[in-house]
Ligand binder design. Structure first.
Ligand code: IPD
Length: 280
């Protein structure tokens, strides 16, 4: 792109801080509306923050594309090879509504559809995660350690899992069965699961190594684009949440994020994880 990646990262950090002020000050104080159902929620602040971010991105970088959760039109909005901002104004809207301090803004930037710059800011806990492809990942001012030499195994892992907002049908039943498999003594038998209610925060915790993996079907590119590059910069990987696909596009909807670890351990982790995924 014409602008340097550092310039873009600095711009996104400033924007995340500005939006973060709004998110923090309005958390727990907003009325909400349903989107596709009564557990898929939106508030006026989601829309206002997206408007602010989109206006600033498109006026500073008029030749770049913009995709945002609240302005996305199913079947119409398409990710292209052009430099593109991919934005979730409030990730963890349900947390935001309940004032549970795990909502954040997720600002991704792709080139040739590859996550290249990522900024995630949780203003409640003042956690600012950021990365540029090839330049390492940071939590606030501190570089996150690359975990490529550490061991990992499914049986001693904590895995982030989310119910998502599709709560019926076969896909939901398969999801619950997968949770069951992961926890069961005779199957995955992981140490435990966590559910932070924000895809971006889940990925950020995988990047720090506090959580070993995060599995979700039903996310969108704006939930994962920023976290993706942050995770890759510390040796983590993103593969399909369904069996078999090691190389997936950013908008593939079904993901498994695994923290940095020794290559062969990571591979074994993914294969064992997939063997617990029900239904495909
Ligand atoms: C949602 C959250 C949630 C995840 C959903 C996402 P939103 O994003 O990240 O944790 O389970 O799949 O859609 O709606 O709060 O921006």
């Amino acid at each position: 792109p014409e602008a340097s990646l550092i310039e873009i990262k600095d711009f996104l950090i400033e924007l995340a801080k500005e939006a973060g002020e709004i998110i923090k000050s309005k958390s727990g104080k907003e009325k909400f509306d349903d989107k596709k159902n009564s557990v898929d929620l939106v508030t006026a602040i989601d829309k206002a923050v997206e408007e602010l971010v989109s206006q600033k991105c498109t006026s500073k970088f008029p030749t770049y594309k913009f995709i945002g959760e609240e302005s996305y039109v199913e079947g119409e909005t398409k990710l292209s090879d052009d430099p593109t901002f991919i934005v979730d104004p409030i990730d963890g809207t349900t947390n935001f509504i309940h004032n549970f301090p795990y909502s954040c803004i997720s600002l991704g930037f792709t080139i040739n559809k590859k996550p290249t710059v990522g900024v995630i800011y949780n203003p409640h806990l003042d956690l600012l995660f950021h990365a540029i492809k090839g330049k390492g990942a940071y939590l606030n001012e501190n570089r996150l350690p690359n975990l490529s030499e550490s061991p990992i195994s499914l049986q001693s892992s904590i895995v982030a899992l989310e119910s998502g907002s599709d709560r019926d049908g076969i896909i939901f039943e398969n999801k619950l069965q997968t949770f069951h498999n992961l926890l069961h003594k005779d199957k995955g038998y992981i140490h435990g699961f966590r559910s932070f209610g924000s895809a971006a925060m889940n990925i950020a915790h995988v990047a720090t190594g506090q959580v070993d993996a995060y599995w979700e079907g039903g996310c969108q590119s704006w939930d994962v684009a920023a976290g993706w590059v942050i995770l890759e910069e510390v040796g983590g990987i993103v593969v399909s949440g369904n069996k078999g696909d090691w190389d997936i596009p950013v908008d593939s909807r079904v993901y498994l994020f695994v923290r940095g670890a020794k290559r062969e351990d990571q591979k074994k982790f993914v294969e064992e994880f997939w063997s617990n995924v029900h239904g495909r």
